[in-house]
Write a protein that binds this ligand. Structure first.
Ligand code: COA
Length: 165
């Protein structure tokens, strides 16, 4: 899929402001997610169970898809209850390299937390890369347990946060 963010003049969109966050289809985010998260895997995309509730968010600067994040009902692999329909997993969190560090990731999370709450969610968890641990912690997650390896992308930790308090 063609992506305007690859244009060398993409930075000008950020300066003009107007970040818009919308629900998108899963395939609409596949190209960005794959390039940012799995650049060595030409056909990578994540699968999920459409039987459970889910939504995919896209952050747009003008016509440009600059960031994505997905939220899916999925039990949390920690001891924390509840492992039921109120437990959501954050997946595929990625911002185009030229747009990183400008608050797009934080805006995607804020919108996602609110939407999860609206849909009855109480706990959100993710396997986050330790390379961006500060990002998750500054946005309200706390790390649970020790780092572990997820080949081929390296060390991760389980992060959780409650959204019902
Ligand atoms: C992790 C990632 C999704 C964060 O998205 P982002 O759009 O860069 O997120 P933000 O801009 O909200 O925050 C990133 C950093 O920029 C800083 N920042 C936020 N707003 C900013 C602004 N307006 N100007 C400058 N810096 C800013 C934040 O302090 C944050 O720093 P921290 O990591 O120390 O907390 C993105 O960097 C990315 O795609 N990384 C590569 C893929 C990856 O690791 N994904 C996570 C897989 S688990």
């Amino acid at each position: 899929m063609h992506n305007h963010c690859n244009h060398t003049h993409a930075r000008q969109y950020v300066g003009s402001g107007g970040l818009e966050i919308r629900i998108i289809s899963s395939p609409a985010g596949d190209d960005l997610r794959r390039r940012v998260l799995r650049p060595t895997e030409p056909l990578w995309h994540f699968s999920f169970s459409p039987a459970d509730d889910y939504f995919h968010l896209g952050a747009f600067q003008s016509a440009c898809l600059a960031g994505v994040a997905s939220f899916l009902v999925e039990p949390c692999p920690s001891i924390e209850p509840p492992d039921d329909n109120s437990t959501w997993r954050l997946r595929g969190m990625a911002t185009e390299p030229q747009f990183q560090g400008r608050g797009i990731g934080a805006a995607l999370l804020k919108t996602g937390f609110s939407e999860v709450r609206t849909r009855g969610g109480r706990l959100i968890w993710c396997f986050g890369r330790t390379s961006v641990e500060g990002f998750y912690q500054r946005n309200g997650f706390r790390a649970v347990g020790q780092p572990f390896d997820i080949p081929p992308t390296g060390p991760h930790r389980l992060f959780t946060m409650r959204v019902d308090t």
